[in-house]
Design a protein around this ligand. Sequence first.
Ligand code: GLV
Length: 316
Amino acid sequence: MAGQEGKPNVLFLLPPGWDALSKALFGHQAFNSFLHGKDHYAPQQIDYFVGFRPPHGFLKSLPRLKAIFSLGAGVDGFLRDPEFPRHLPVVRFVDETLQREMAQYVTMHALIIHRQQRAFDAAQRESTWKQRMLARPSRDVRIGILGMGDIGAVTAERLLMFDFQVFGWSRSRKTVPDVTSFAGAEELPQFLASCDIMVCMLPLTPETENILDAKLFAGLPQGAWVMNVGRGGHCKEDDLLAALNSDHLGGAVLDVFQTEPLPADSPFWKHPKVTVTPHIAGITDPRNASAFVVDCVTRAQSGAPFKNVVDLTRGY
Ligand code: GLV
């Protein structure tokens, strides 16, 4: 295969539109780069893999692989592969830009809900001048973040700037300034009862799969909103539709779905209480991803420990 002797060989499986990353990295002096599906590479000579959701069984076909670098914050796309090589370190992309953009998405939609912007959009479509009062001031709106990790903490900070009350729930208790923290299964009901808007930011693991189900929705106050920016696999979509249609839930903002792209016949597209976005709440910035890959390869080559290695038993 092409490539210089002595340098590690890095195989990239890049999502469409990732030219900026390939431009920044191909020809990098620290390693030889190969693009899966385009370049000719010898699987037995690949040292590192960079990607997001490789086809199942693919990583097993790289016998010399030493580490995997995830281009996404969530690594469920790797761990769901039944043949995933579990002895290898997986390094998660933890990035300030990604954290801030996720926080921005959640804050924007929290404000749209709070300021009833959907009703004003509907009135504009009818050329109707119709003033409405705020249901309550933002300091009385309770927003619960289900999954208080690095992204949840930045999101909480941004929501607090708009005077919302912020609650967090996670597996183990987290300390985030001015955020009431709930932890573990036993405190989940109390957390849910405190949410006017509940935002799912969990990693997808066997424990959190389908967590957004009829029982969870029933535990939210009447009229609560649900925002899912985690993974489609967190949500039982039929249960969500039932909770919306029964008027128990006020509405939903959905960025992730069981099937992506969201099929054209999904009832979510046209549902009057649902906002759909195409998995864009947090987009990995190719420039930051380039720096991440270079850092990972440099660490691996010099024997320095990786940052943000996934705990495979926890799944994040
Ligand atoms: C996107 O969904 C990510 O995991 O970064």
